[in-house]
Design a protein around this ligand. Sequence first.
Ligand code: NAD
Length: 260
Amino acid sequence: MLQERTALVTGSTSGIGLGIAEALARKGANVILNGLGPAGEIEELRKRISRECGVAARYHGADIGRPDAIEAMTRSVVSEFGAIDILINNAGIQHVAPVEEFPAEKWDAIIAINLSASFHTIRHALPAMKRRGWGRIINIASAHAVVASPFKSAYVAAKHGIAGLTKTVALEAAESGVTVNAICPGYVLTPLVERQIPDTARTRGITIEQVVKDVLLAAQPTKQFVTVAQVASLAAYLAGDEAASITGAILSVDGGWTAH
Ligand code: NAD
Protein backbone atom coordinates (compact mmCIF):
# COMPACT_ATOMS: atom_id res chain seq x y z
CA MET A 1 0.00 0.00 0.00
CA LEU A 2 1.05 3.59 -0.57
CA GLN A 3 -0.22 5.37 2.56
CA GLU A 4 2.06 8.27 3.55
CA ARG A 5 3.22 8.62 -0.08
CA THR A 6 2.48 11.62 -2.27
CA ALA A 7 2.20 11.25 -6.03
CA LEU A 8 2.36 13.96 -8.69
CA VAL A 9 0.86 12.78 -11.98
CA THR A 10 1.34 15.19 -14.87
CA GLY A 11 -1.45 15.23 -17.44
CA SER A 12 -3.92 13.51 -15.11
CA THR A 13 -7.14 15.26 -16.07
CA SER A 14 -7.72 12.67 -18.81
CA GLY A 15 -6.79 9.27 -20.22
CA ILE A 16 -3.85 7.27 -18.87
CA GLY A 17 -2.75 9.90 -16.33
CA LEU A 18 -6.20 10.01 -14.74
CA GLY A 19 -6.27 6.21 -14.56
CA ILE A 20 -2.87 6.17 -12.86
CA ALA A 21 -3.83 8.90 -10.37
CA GLU A 22 -6.94 6.93 -9.42
CA ALA A 23 -5.00 3.66 -9.09
CA LEU A 24 -2.40 5.30 -6.80
CA ALA A 25 -5.12 6.98 -4.71
CA ARG A 26 -6.91 3.65 -4.33
CA LYS A 27 -3.67 2.31 -2.84
CA GLY A 28 -3.67 5.18 -0.35
CA ALA A 29 -1.34 7.77 -1.92
CA ASN A 30 -2.13 11.46 -1.80
CA VAL A 31 -2.35 12.68 -5.39
CA ILE A 32 -1.64 15.93 -7.15
CA LEU A 33 -3.55 16.17 -10.39
CA ASN A 34 -2.27 18.31 -13.24
CA GLY A 35 -3.49 18.99 -16.74
CA LEU A 36 -5.79 21.01 -18.91
CA GLY A 37 -9.58 21.10 -18.99
CA PRO A 38 -12.66 22.91 -17.69
CA ALA A 39 -12.09 24.08 -14.08
CA GLY A 40 -15.47 22.78 -12.85
CA GLU A 41 -14.90 19.25 -14.20
CA ILE A 42 -11.39 19.10 -12.75
CA GLU A 43 -12.69 20.22 -9.35
CA GLU A 44 -15.36 17.46 -9.45
CA LEU A 45 -12.65 14.93 -10.32
CA ARG A 46 -10.43 16.12 -7.47
CA LYS A 47 -13.25 15.96 -4.94
CA ARG A 48 -14.40 12.52 -6.15
CA ILE A 49 -10.91 10.99 -5.84
CA SER A 50 -10.43 12.48 -2.37
CA ARG A 51 -13.86 11.31 -1.18
CA GLU A 52 -13.79 7.79 -2.71
CA CYS A 53 -10.17 6.99 -1.76
CA GLY A 54 -9.89 8.88 1.54
CA VAL A 55 -6.69 10.67 0.47
CA ALA A 56 -5.63 14.28 0.02
CA ALA A 57 -6.15 15.23 -3.62
CA ARG A 58 -4.89 18.53 -5.00
CA TYR A 59 -4.84 20.09 -8.44
CA HIS A 60 -2.10 22.24 -9.95
CA GLY A 61 -2.71 23.72 -13.38
CA ALA A 62 0.96 24.13 -14.41
CA ASP A 63 1.54 24.26 -18.16
CA ILE A 64 3.99 21.39 -18.50
CA GLY A 65 5.55 23.07 -21.52
CA ARG A 66 6.91 25.84 -19.26
CA PRO A 67 9.92 25.15 -17.01
CA ASP A 68 9.01 28.02 -14.63
CA ALA A 69 5.49 26.61 -14.15
CA ILE A 70 6.91 23.14 -13.46
CA GLU A 71 9.25 24.57 -10.85
CA ALA A 72 6.41 26.42 -9.12
CA MET A 73 4.28 23.24 -9.06
CA THR A 74 7.03 20.98 -7.68
CA ARG A 75 7.95 23.58 -5.03
CA SER A 76 4.34 23.84 -3.86
CA VAL A 77 4.01 20.03 -3.55
CA VAL A 78 7.31 19.68 -1.67
CA SER A 79 6.41 22.52 0.68
CA GLU A 80 2.99 20.98 1.52
CA PHE A 81 3.91 17.26 1.61
CA GLY A 82 7.70 17.27 2.20
CA ALA A 83 8.49 15.43 -1.05
CA ILE A 84 7.05 14.13 -4.27
CA ASP A 85 7.52 10.45 -3.41
CA ILE A 86 6.04 9.18 -6.67
CA LEU A 87 6.53 11.21 -9.84
CA ILE A 88 4.58 10.11 -12.89
CA ASN A 89 5.66 11.96 -16.04
CA ASN A 90 2.66 11.38 -18.24
CA ALA A 91 1.49 14.61 -19.95
CA GLY A 92 1.85 14.30 -23.68
CA ILE A 93 0.64 15.65 -26.99
CA GLN A 94 0.84 14.41 -30.56
CA HIS A 95 0.93 15.82 -34.08
CA VAL A 96 0.94 13.77 -37.26
CA ALA A 97 2.56 15.13 -40.47
CA PRO A 98 5.37 14.26 -42.89
CA VAL A 99 8.68 15.63 -41.60
CA GLU A 100 9.12 18.19 -44.38
CA GLU A 101 5.68 19.64 -43.59
CA PHE A 102 5.94 19.27 -39.80
CA PRO A 103 5.20 22.72 -38.28
CA ALA A 104 8.29 23.88 -36.35
CA GLU A 105 6.13 25.17 -33.48
CA LYS A 106 4.52 21.71 -33.12
CA TRP A 107 7.99 20.15 -33.01
CA ASP A 108 9.02 22.57 -30.24
CA ALA A 109 5.82 21.97 -28.23
CA ILE A 110 6.08 18.17 -28.45
CA ILE A 111 9.74 18.18 -27.39
CA ALA A 112 8.94 20.60 -24.53
CA ILE A 113 5.90 18.69 -23.20
CA ASN A 114 6.80 15.07 -24.03
CA LEU A 115 10.55 15.23 -23.24
CA SER A 116 11.98 18.37 -21.60
CA ALA A 117 9.17 18.55 -19.01
CA SER A 118 10.34 15.22 -17.55
CA PHE A 119 13.88 16.57 -17.18
CA HIS A 120 12.49 19.55 -15.26
CA THR A 121 10.14 17.56 -12.98
CA ILE A 122 12.91 15.07 -12.24
CA ARG A 123 15.55 17.67 -11.42
CA HIS A 124 13.18 19.41 -9.00
CA ALA A 125 11.76 16.23 -7.40
CA LEU A 126 14.89 14.10 -7.02
CA PRO A 127 16.67 16.00 -4.21
CA ALA A 128 13.81 15.44 -1.70
CA MET A 129 13.46 11.78 -2.80
CA LYS A 130 17.18 11.27 -2.15
CA ARG A 131 16.95 13.00 1.23
CA ARG A 132 14.18 10.57 2.25
CA GLY A 133 15.96 7.57 0.71
CA TRP A 134 12.85 6.54 -1.22
CA GLY A 135 11.32 7.56 -4.53
CA ARG A 136 9.62 6.31 -7.65
CA ILE A 137 9.89 8.00 -11.04
CA ILE A 138 7.71 6.47 -13.73
CA ASN A 139 7.85 7.94 -17.21
CA ILE A 140 4.96 7.13 -19.51
CA ALA A 141 6.79 6.64 -22.78
CA SER A 142 5.32 4.61 -25.66
CA ALA A 143 6.04 1.76 -28.04
CA HIS A 144 7.39 4.75 -29.98
CA ALA A 145 10.25 4.88 -27.45
CA VAL A 146 11.44 1.61 -28.99
CA VAL A 147 10.29 1.66 -32.64
CA ALA A 148 9.21 4.38 -35.08
CA SER A 149 6.17 5.04 -37.25
CA PRO A 150 6.09 7.44 -40.19
CA PHE A 151 4.71 10.98 -39.79
CA LYS A 152 5.42 11.17 -36.04
CA SER A 153 8.98 12.55 -36.08
CA ALA A 154 8.67 14.79 -33.01
CA TYR A 155 6.74 12.25 -30.92
CA VAL A 156 9.10 9.38 -31.76
CA ALA A 157 12.16 11.58 -31.10
CA ALA A 158 10.74 12.71 -27.75
CA LYS A 159 9.78 9.18 -26.66
CA HIS A 160 13.17 7.72 -27.65
CA GLY A 161 14.66 10.58 -25.61
CA ILE A 162 12.55 9.60 -22.59
CA ALA A 163 13.95 6.07 -22.75
CA GLY A 164 17.47 7.49 -22.58
CA LEU A 165 16.59 9.88 -19.76
CA THR A 166 14.98 7.01 -17.81
CA LYS A 167 18.08 4.81 -18.02
CA THR A 168 20.48 7.66 -17.20
CA VAL A 169 18.61 8.87 -14.10
CA ALA A 170 18.11 5.25 -12.96
CA LEU A 171 21.89 4.81 -12.91
CA GLU A 172 22.47 8.13 -11.15
CA ALA A 173 19.84 7.39 -8.44
CA ALA A 174 20.47 3.65 -8.08
CA GLU A 175 22.02 3.73 -4.59
CA SER A 176 19.54 6.19 -3.14
CA GLY A 177 16.35 4.10 -2.92
CA VAL A 178 14.90 5.82 -5.97
CA THR A 179 13.83 3.75 -8.97
CA VAL A 180 13.27 5.16 -12.44
CA ASN A 181 11.36 3.25 -15.10
CA ALA A 182 9.49 3.82 -18.34
CA ILE A 183 6.18 2.22 -19.30
CA CYS A 184 5.73 1.87 -23.05
CA PRO A 185 2.08 1.35 -23.98
CA GLY A 186 0.91 0.38 -27.42
CA TYR A 187 -2.32 1.99 -28.58
CA VAL A 188 -4.71 2.88 -25.76
CA LEU A 189 -8.06 4.34 -26.80
CA THR A 190 -7.84 7.71 -25.01
CA PRO A 191 -8.66 11.25 -26.21
CA LEU A 192 -5.05 11.58 -27.50
CA VAL A 193 -5.53 8.63 -29.87
CA GLU A 194 -9.11 9.53 -30.79
CA ARG A 195 -7.92 13.01 -31.84
CA GLN A 196 -5.19 11.71 -34.17
CA ILE A 197 -7.49 9.33 -36.08
CA PRO A 198 -8.94 12.05 -38.39
CA ASP A 199 -5.44 13.57 -38.96
CA THR A 200 -4.02 10.18 -39.87
CA ALA A 201 -6.96 9.50 -42.21
CA ARG A 202 -6.33 12.84 -43.94
CA THR A 203 -2.53 12.41 -44.14
CA ARG A 204 -2.81 8.90 -45.58
CA GLY A 205 -5.97 9.50 -47.65
CA ILE A 206 -7.89 6.61 -46.02
CA THR A 207 -11.10 6.18 -43.99
CA ILE A 208 -11.45 6.32 -40.20
CA GLU A 209 -12.20 2.55 -40.09
CA GLN A 210 -9.04 1.85 -42.10
CA VAL A 211 -6.97 3.97 -39.68
CA VAL A 212 -8.13 1.87 -36.72
CA LYS A 213 -7.75 -1.51 -38.44
CA ASP A 214 -4.85 -1.01 -40.85
CA VAL A 215 -2.76 1.66 -39.08
CA LEU A 216 -3.34 1.72 -35.31
CA LEU A 217 -3.92 -1.95 -34.64
CA ALA A 218 -1.94 -3.23 -37.65
CA ALA A 219 1.26 -3.36 -35.61
CA GLN A 220 -0.44 -4.58 -32.41
CA PRO A 221 -0.54 -8.38 -32.74
CA THR A 222 -3.34 -8.83 -30.18
CA LYS A 223 -5.54 -6.58 -32.39
CA GLN A 224 -6.91 -5.13 -29.15
CA PHE A 225 -6.38 -1.67 -27.71
CA VAL A 226 -4.37 -1.69 -24.47
CA THR A 227 -6.60 -0.42 -21.63
CA VAL A 228 -5.95 2.47 -19.26
CA ALA A 229 -6.50 0.06 -16.33
CA GLN A 230 -3.72 -2.26 -17.58
CA VAL A 231 -1.21 0.61 -17.75
CA ALA A 232 -2.36 2.03 -14.40
CA SER A 233 -1.97 -1.27 -12.57
CA LEU A 234 1.64 -1.63 -13.78
CA ALA A 235 2.35 1.93 -12.62
CA ALA A 236 0.82 1.18 -9.21
CA TYR A 237 2.95 -1.96 -8.93
CA LEU A 238 6.15 -0.06 -9.84
CA ALA A 239 5.24 2.53 -7.19
CA GLY A 240 5.22 -0.08 -4.42
CA ASP A 241 8.01 -1.46 -2.25
CA GLU A 242 7.86 -4.85 -4.05
CA ALA A 243 9.28 -3.19 -7.19
CA ALA A 244 12.45 -1.89 -5.48
CA SER A 245 14.74 -3.91 -7.77
CA ILE A 246 13.12 -2.80 -11.00
CA THR A 247 15.00 0.27 -12.21
CA GLY A 248 16.21 1.53 -15.56
CA ALA A 249 13.62 -0.72 -17.22
CA ILE A 250 11.78 0.10 -20.42
CA LEU A 251 8.61 -1.94 -19.93
CA SER A 252 6.36 -2.70 -22.89
CA VAL A 253 2.57 -2.98 -22.48
CA ASP A 254 1.89 -3.10 -26.19
CA GLY A 255 0.05 -6.29 -27.12
CA GLY A 256 3.25 -7.64 -28.68
CA TRP A 257 3.89 -4.67 -31.00
CA THR A 258 7.62 -4.35 -30.33
CA ALA A 259 8.15 -8.14 -30.55
CA HIS A 260 8.07 -7.70 -34.35
P1 NAD B 1 -4.77 12.39 -23.22
O1 NAD B 1 -4.83 13.40 -24.31
O2 NAD B 1 -6.01 11.65 -22.85
O3 NAD B 1 -4.18 13.04 -21.89
C1 NAD B 1 -3.08 13.89 -21.94
C2 NAD B 1 -3.02 14.66 -20.65
O4 NAD B 1 -1.94 15.59 -20.76
C3 NAD B 1 -4.29 15.48 -20.38
O5 NAD B 1 -4.57 15.50 -18.98
C4 NAD B 1 -3.89 16.87 -20.85
O6 NAD B 1 -4.63 17.90 -20.22
C5 NAD B 1 -2.43 16.88 -20.42
N1 NAD B 1 -1.66 17.92 -21.08
C6 NAD B 1 -1.47 18.13 -22.41
N2 NAD B 1 -0.73 19.22 -22.60
C7 NAD B 1 -0.44 19.71 -21.38
C8 NAD B 1 0.29 20.86 -20.91
N3 NAD B 1 0.88 21.71 -21.75
N4 NAD B 1 0.39 21.04 -19.58
C9 NAD B 1 -0.21 20.20 -18.70
N5 NAD B 1 -0.92 19.12 -19.10
C10 NAD B 1 -1.02 18.89 -20.41
O7 NAD B 1 -3.60 11.38 -23.65
P2 NAD B 1 -3.21 9.89 -23.17
O8 NAD B 1 -3.44 9.00 -24.32
O9 NAD B 1 -3.78 9.57 -21.86
O10 NAD B 1 -1.62 10.06 -23.08
C11 NAD B 1 -0.94 10.14 -21.86
C12 NAD B 1 0.52 9.74 -22.10
O11 NAD B 1 0.55 8.39 -22.58
C13 NAD B 1 1.23 10.59 -23.14
O12 NAD B 1 2.56 10.83 -22.74
C14 NAD B 1 1.21 9.70 -24.37
O13 NAD B 1 2.27 9.98 -25.24
C15 NAD B 1 1.35 8.33 -23.74
N6 NAD B 1 0.91 7.24 -24.59
C16 NAD B 1 -0.39 7.17 -25.02
C17 NAD B 1 -0.75 6.11 -25.83
C18 NAD B 1 -2.14 5.96 -26.35
O14 NAD B 1 -2.35 5.12 -27.23
N7 NAD B 1 -3.11 6.70 -25.85
C19 NAD B 1 0.18 5.15 -26.21
C20 NAD B 1 1.49 5.26 -25.75
C21 NAD B 1 1.82 6.31 -24.94
